[in-house]
Structures are given as C-alpha cells and as structure tokens.
Design a protein around this ligand. Structure first.
Ligand SMILES: Nc1ncnc2c1ncn2[C@@H]1O[C@H](COP(=O)(O)OP(=O)(O)OP(=O)(O)O)[C@@H](O)[C@H]1O
Length: 604
C-alpha cells in the first residue's frame, strides 16, 4: 500500500527542504508576492479610477500611480524569477529524491526477492518517475499556494462589494475541486494499473532495438510479431487513458460553462448596481477584475490541485519504497563476519522462492571446510545456483540454516559477509563500461590501480586481449555508448566474444582473491576446450589453499576437488572424492562415463 496523501506530502516537503532550504524559502516568498500582486493591482486601479471619476486628482493619486507602476513591474518580473527558482529547486529535489531512492534499493533491499516481485517493480518504476518529476511536483505545489493566496485576496475584495455574489462564484468553483480530486486519484490508480502493460511495452521496444536480441529477431523473423505485441500493449494503455480523458472532458467542460454563466450574471448585476448608484465606477472595475481573477485563481487552484494531488499520490510510491520493509532482516547488532577459520556449513537447508513456488532444496546438509575445494554437480534445475545465492545471502533459507564458522548468516550484516566472498556467477554481467572498469568493478578499491587490474586480467588469461584493444584498457566494451573522446569516431567501442567476456568475469573474481570463499558457478562453460583447460588450471591454482565452491557440468574440471557433491531433487544424492564416486557407480559415475565416452568417440 502506498502511504496516505499527508504522509506523501510530508515526505515531499522534507525532500524539498533537504534539497535546499534557502531555495525553498526564496521560492515561497516569490510565490507569495506573485499571488498578492494581482490583488494589489486591482485595488490600486480601483482607487485610482475612483479618484479620477470623483473629485479629480487628489494628493494620494501620485503615490497610487507609483504603487501601480511598481506592482506592474513586480507582476512582469516575478513569474520569471519564480520559474527559475522553481526549476532549480525542482532539479535539486530530483537529485535528492533519486539519490535516496537508489540508496534504498541497494542498502535497504539487500537480497534479490524484491527485484523478482512484479508489484514492487511497478512501484519502483513509478517511484523513479516521480523522483524525476521533481520540478512538476514543486512548481505544482507552489502554483497551488499562489493561486490560493490570489483567491483569498480577491475573495476578500469581492466580499466588500457583494457577499452573495462572492458565495455564488465560490460555489460555482467548488464542484470542480471535488471532481479534480476524484480524477487525479483515478489517474494515479491508472498509472499503477498500466504499470505491467507499460513495462511489457518497454520490454518489446527493447527487444526490437537491442543488439542482444537482433540476431534471433532477424533469423526467426519475429520482428513483426514483437511489434504487434508492442502495439497491442500501447493500444491497451492508450484506450485506458482515452477513457480517462473523455471522463475529464465531460466533467470539466460542464463545470467551465457553469463558471462562465456565473461570471456573466455577476457582471450584469454589477453594471446595473453602478447604474443605480449603489457601486462606484472603481467598484465595477474591481468587481470585473475580481470575478475574473477569482475564477482564474479557482481554475488554477483546481488544475494545480489536481496535478499536485496526483503528483503526491505518485510520490507516495517513492515514500513507499523508502519505507518498505527490508527483504532480509539484519540484526541491530550483527555478529562480525570474521576470517573463515573452520568452514561454511549448510544445515538441513530447505528453500523455495516463495510459498507459491515448489521446493528447490529439501534438506541439504553440506560442509565446506576451510581450505577445501568443493565441487557441486547435478542436472539442469537441480538447485546448484540457488544454493550459491543462499551462500551469498541473497535469500534466507526457508528452513534450516547456513553457518559461517558456526554463526548463522542471518546474524551477520550481509554486506560484511559478501566482503569475504568472491564469485563468478553463471549469468555474470557484461557492463557497458571500459575494459578497466569492467574488471575493477569486482573490487572498487582497484579503480585506477592499473597494475592490480592487469594482474587480475592476466590471471584470467585476458590481459593480452584487453591490452591490444584500440585504447587498451580504456576501450569501451560496448557499442551502445561512446566516450567523450570517441564521440566523432564511428568505430568507438568493441564487442568481446562470449569466452572473452567469461574471462573478464573471472578477472573480476580474481581481483577479489584472498577473500575467504571463492564461488565459481560455471566459470568455463563458454570456453573452447583449450581455453577451458587453461582457465581450469588457473582457477585450480587460485583455489589452491583457498576455500572454494565450483559448479560445473564438465566433470573433468571437478575430478580433482577435495569433495564432490551431487545434488538431485533438492537433496545431496552422492558425495565423496572422484575415485569414491566412480567406485560407488551412481549418477556421477554414469555422467562422467557418458562425457568421457563422448570425448573418446570424438577423438577416434
Ligand atoms: N528467482 C527464481 N524464482 C523462482 N524460481 C526460480 C528462481 N531461480 C531459479 N528458480 C527455479 O529453481 C530451480 C533451480 O534453479 P537453479 O538455477 O538453482 O538450478 P541449477 O542447478 O543451477 O541449474 P543449471 O544447471 O541449469 O544452471 C529451477 O527449477 C528454477 O526454475
């Protein structure tokens, strides 16, 4: 649930204050002056006209005229000042709100579960949008305040002339306000409802324009199909918005006509009253300006009320993300994650991704002793990568526990735990950054430390490749962006092969060597046999004496592990050294023989 309007308004006000207290106060002052300027002009005009229409020029005429000129100047200058101040405040608001949002996504949600929850993803998208729309939120709110000040000023003035007429003008504006509240609430709901369709639309658009999908889209001829899906989603969003616009048109059109009729009636009354001597000429001028201004201010008030209301409802998603329950409980006083002395142990670990999902692990007990190289094997979907994610505490076990030197991971700060782990994930990242950054991101303390980066790349066997790139390690490993220096160069950026990317991922892990636990999830799956043997030798050397967990489908790469664990149907089906498992003649032996027979066949 998004927080209520008041909470959102408080959060927005706090964000604006945090963005810049000075600008906020300055903006308030300018807006108040801008709100009062039209009222001052109308009153000064009335007084001038009355003076001129009465006894002629009086002693106060000169100061009144000067006042009118100053008010005119202010009326001309204030909007520009207000607009600049508002935009600047809006920009700073956006920076602050964006910073807080992304700080929350990395520091508050320490696991992965939130990012697999479509409702949360929709909320994140709206939160991001509303953080980026700081200018609209800030200026909408202040336009509202300014319209309210103008309104109060003119209502006060009209009350002096005709309380009845004032009430009628106000009453004509009230339904608009009520309608706006309803419409804006509906608009905010619509934004949330349309979230999935918009995200799918984005997804299809991305597929149609991304290089990653281009091969399959072309070969399978799926472009028309994807375009159709995209347009279908777009059509759905448009239809919902059109219904909303029509609703708005119908209700607002009628209300505007009502307002115009009231203004016309009031004007007739004022002219007739002046004819009968009940009002002065100045009064009529004040009345005409007053009615038009009250209606103008009411329209502005209603309009900015609607948009501010909607902006605040949207900003509610920002506030909701910032205050959402963390996905992983972290104790107030976490136990320090010390250097691994004895080992990591999974004790009767059961896990499913949510209550609706099937069990993936069903009572896995496993010990990774310090200094040992443990290999995890099993068929596709056996739960190997899931186990890795639990070891990094991206999720907590549904039942059972994982212990680091006897301490439950739940009692530790996940960031401190992860500091002690190095990993290559099966679905490792290709960052659209330079080669150096792609390696350094494994350990940011190495940013700018060229020798460390080169050494890690050397260990992963990718140094020669990276050094030979057009700009060496500074070459961008993407054709999606260009660096400032390469702006004019159509050849900017390079594309690495799958195996080269795999080595870069390995270099990131090697940059973190010396950590207590090294996890290698399919580190050589994309490599040619020679490269695989070489990477295997390198990882083995790195794992020597280090505590490591290696997942691989290529059983020749795990045969020298201290312990091989076979995972099947969510439990440990076999465990032991290579020779023990071969002697036991179970799944491992069968798979090993299958693979080696394949190689022998190929060699014949
Ligand atoms: N985020 C997720 N949400 C729901 N189910 C998931 C998620 N990630 C994985 N699964 C499911 O968990 C099961 C185990 O997946 P996992 O990736 O751990 O298998 P694996 O042994 O590493 O397989 P492979 O050898 O193919 O890499 C699969 O059935 C998969 O569909």
């Amino acid at each position: 649930m998004a927080p209520d309007l008041l909470t959102s308004a408080r959060a927005a006000a706090r964000a604006a204050w945090d963005a810049s207290p000075r600008l906020l106060i300055g903006y308030l002052v300018v807006m108040a002056a801008q709100g009062l300027a039209p009222v001052s002009v109308a009153w000064l005009t009335k007084l001038v006209i009355d003076d001129l229409a009465g006894s002629g020029a009086t002693a106060r005429l000169a100061p009144l005229a000067a006042g009118l000129a100053v008010a005119g100047l202010a009326t001309a200058a204030l909007p520009q000042l207000a607009s600049y101040t508002g935009r600047e405040l809006g920009r700073r608001f956006t920076v602050r709100a964006t910073e807080r949002l992304f700080a929350a996504t990395t520091e508050r949600f320490l696991g992965l579960a939130r990012f697999e929850d479509p409702r949360f993803l929709d909320r994140m998208r709206l939160a991001q949008q509303s953080a980026g729309a700081g200018e609209g939120l800030v200026s909408g709110f202040f336009t509202l305040a300014q319209a309210a000040i103008t309104l109060v000023g003119f209502v006060g003035s009209l009350l002096v002339l005709s309380p009845v007429m004032t009430l009628i003008v106000l009453a004509a504006g009230a339904p608009s306000l009520a309608v706006q509240v309803r419409l804006s609430r509906r608009r905010a709901e619509l934004a949330m409802e349309m979230g999935p369709a918009e995200r799918r639309q984005f997804f299809y658009g991305n597929l149609l324009s991304s290089v990653a999908a281009a091969k399959e889209v072309r070969l399978f001829g799926s472009g028309g199909f994807l375009r159709g899906r995209l347009l279908g989603e777009l059509g759905q969003v448009n239809a919902a918005e059109r219904r909303m616009d029509l609703r708005e048109l119908a209700s607002e059109g009628g209300l505007s006509l009502l307002g115009a009729a009231v203004a016309g009636g009031g004007l007739v009354w004022a002219i007739l009253s002046a004819g009968a001597g009940a009002l002065t000429v100045g009064d009529v001028s004040l009345f005409v300006v007053g009615v038009a201004s009250v209606q103008g201010a009411l329209n502005a008030l209603v309009g900015s009320f609607g948009s501010t209301h909607q902006n605040l409802l949207m900003f509610g998603h920002h506030a909701a993300v910032l205050t959402a329950e963390p996905d992983l409980p972290v104790p107030a006083e976490p136990v320090a994650t010390g250097p691994l002395e004895h080992g990591v142990e999974l004790r009767d670990v059961w896990f499913r991704y949510s209550d609706e999902h099937p069990w993936i692990l069903r009572g896995v007990s496993l010990r990774i002793p310090r200094g040992a190289s443990v290999a995890l094997v099993g068929l596709n979907g056996a739960g190997k990568s899931t186990l890795v994610k639990l070891l990094c505490r991206f999720y907590d076990p549904t039942r059972g526990s994982i212990l680091w030197d006897g301490v439950d991971l739940r009692e530790m700060d996940p960031a401190a735990l992860r500091e002690r782990i190095s990993a290559v994930f099966q679905d490792h990242m290709h960052y659209d950054l330079s080669a150096a950054d792609n390696v350094a991101i494994g350990d940011l303390s190495a940013l700018g430390a060229e020798d460390r980066i080169r050494e890690a790349a050397g260990l992963a066997g990718v140094h020669e490749t990276l050094a030979a790139l057009p700009r060496g390690y500074e070459t961008l490993l993407t054709r999606t962006f260009f660096s400032e220096e390469d702006r004019e160069d159509p050849e900017t950026g390079v594309v690495l092969s799958g195996g080269q990317w795999q080595r870069v991922a390995l270099a990131r892990a090697f940059l973190r060597r010396g950590r207590d636990l090294m996890i290698l999830d399919e580190p050589s799956s994309g490599l040619d046999p020679e490269a695989e043997a070489e990477v295997h030798a390198r990882t083995r050397a790195q794992r020597e004496g280090a505590t490591s967990l290696l997942i691989s489908h290529r059983l020749n790469t795990v045969r020298d592990a201290d312990l091989i664990v076979v995972l099947r149907d969510g439990v440990v089906a076999e465990r032991g050294r290579h020779d023990d498992l071969m002697a036991a003649d179970g799944d491992y032996a069968r798979l090993f023989r299958l693979q080696s027979a394949g190689y022998q066949e190929a060699a014949r």
